[in-house]
Design a protein around this ligand. Structure first.
Ligand code: GLA
Length: 376
């Protein structure tokens, strides 16, 4: 595998890392300006970078496999860069479009965040590049400002209408804590999560079903929520709570009701999960996760047979709770388990997948890790 020096015949000015994430609870709430509760994964995307003065952006990815991609920063335009290079190029475009005086760079990327698994490999990539550019070009931007620029890269340059959760998680998470984020104003609170002390573990089961938010289903759901909010005369569905739900549902067409029911109940589940963590009652998270899955499966309809099977098999094997995490349509399932039962639960899910003829899931254990940072 090529080193930075082999690729660019000089040394990098530094190295930065940004993690993938799993969301504990709060799915499809971010673009409704509601609550989310993600943790960062130990898996990261690393960026080695050095500035260039000739306006060239040169990109190479250990996972991409191909030759160095060479772009001119002043020619970057939405939709102009296909594949993985669109994410780092999009960040440079978003910075320049916002008026920040940044030029080119030589960049080497490497990542151990599984891609297409609903674990935010794209946010990790965007945020690592954003952190590198912030330091190299001495921009002095805050973590939420960098997260917003990374989201803009994905929304406007790559063309995926994602919310702000993944980029905020990748930028702002702390070791040992979940990030309680209010998407309305980007205020955050670090909520301690000591799984080990509670004798618990968080399993992540990647169903290997390709997760692709670019295919229009995510955009359609988001549009449905925005339409419902407009019909109700609200700025966003966040403004609706459980007390107001029955009356609101009566005013909506049949197809929008389940979406609204999910968003309102999911915001309440995030608040309940935070209360459980604050009380040190980590096992109480279990039923909240499982209820969240039922809502995503039955109301929001972003589950699929493989994620349902992983949830059901984990619960049958003794998990305290389980649910799909991330955007849905495949991707990963999380299961809260007794630490000494983790292997048993993972084996039970694997056996259920084998029996159903599915590709075996990839399993990892999540511990709340650190957000974007400079490594050297
Ligand atoms: C994807 C998006 C996020 C969020 C989740 C669903 O991960 O990138 O912004 O909407 O789906 O909670």
């Amino acid at each position: 595998m090529s080193t930075f020096t082999e690729l660019y015949h000089r040394a990098p000015e530094g190295e930065w890392a940004a993690p993938g994430r799993v969301n504990l609870i709060g799915e499809h709430t971010d673009y409704n300006l509601g609550f989310v509760l993600p943790i960062a994964l130990p898996q990261t995307t690393r960026v080695q970078a050095a500035r260039r003065t000739d306006g060239l952006l040169r990109l190479w990815s250990a996972q991409g496999g191909g030759p160095v991609t060479e772009l001119r920063v002043d020619e970057l335009a939405p939709g102009s860069v296909a594949g993985w290079a669109g994410y780092p190029a999009g960040v440079v475009w978003a910075l320049r479009d916002a008026g920040h005086p940044v030029g080119g760079a030589d960049i080497r990327l490497d990542s151990d965040v599984p891609s297409g698994a609903g674990l935010s490999s794209s946010a990790a990539l965007e945020c690592a590049v954003a952190a590198a550019y912030d330091d190299l070009y001495r921009l002095g931007l805050s973590a939420p400002e960098l997260a917003l620029l990374a989201q803009r890269a994905e929304n406007a340059f790559v063309g995926v209408p994602c919310g702000i959760m993944d980029q905020m998680a990748s930028m702002c998470c702390r070791p040992g804590a979940a990030l309680f984020l209010d998407s309305r104003n980007l205020t955050v609170r670090q909520v301690p999560v000591d799984l080990g002390a509670a004798g618990l573990a968080l399993l992540v089961l990647d169903t290997r079903v390709k997760h692709d938010l670019g295919d229009g289903a995510y955009a359609a759901l988001r549009a449905g929520c925005e339409k419902a909010a407009a019909l109700l005369g609200l700025p966003a569905l966040r403004s609706l709570d459980a007390a107001g739900l029955p009356v609101a549902l009566e005013r909506l067409p049949d197809d929008l009701r389940p979406l609204v029911r999910h968003v309102v109940s999911e915001n309440a589940r995030v608040e309940a999960a935070v209360a459980a963590l604050d009380a040190g009652d980590l096992a109480a998270l279990g039923p909240i996760l499982t209820a969240g899955h039922a809502s995503l499966r039955d109301d929001y309809r972003v589950s699929c047979p493989e994620t349902d099977l992983a949830v059901d098999a984990a619960l049958a094997a003794g998990a305290h709770g389980a649910r799909m995490t991330g955007g849905g349509f495949g991707g990963s399932v999380i299961a809260l388990v007794d630490a000494d039962a983790a292997e048993h639960v993972a084996a039970a899910v694997t056996a259920a997948f084998r029996a159903a003829g599915h590709t075996e899931p990839r399993t990892l254990t999540a511990v709340p890790a650190e957000g974007a940072r400079r490594l050297r």
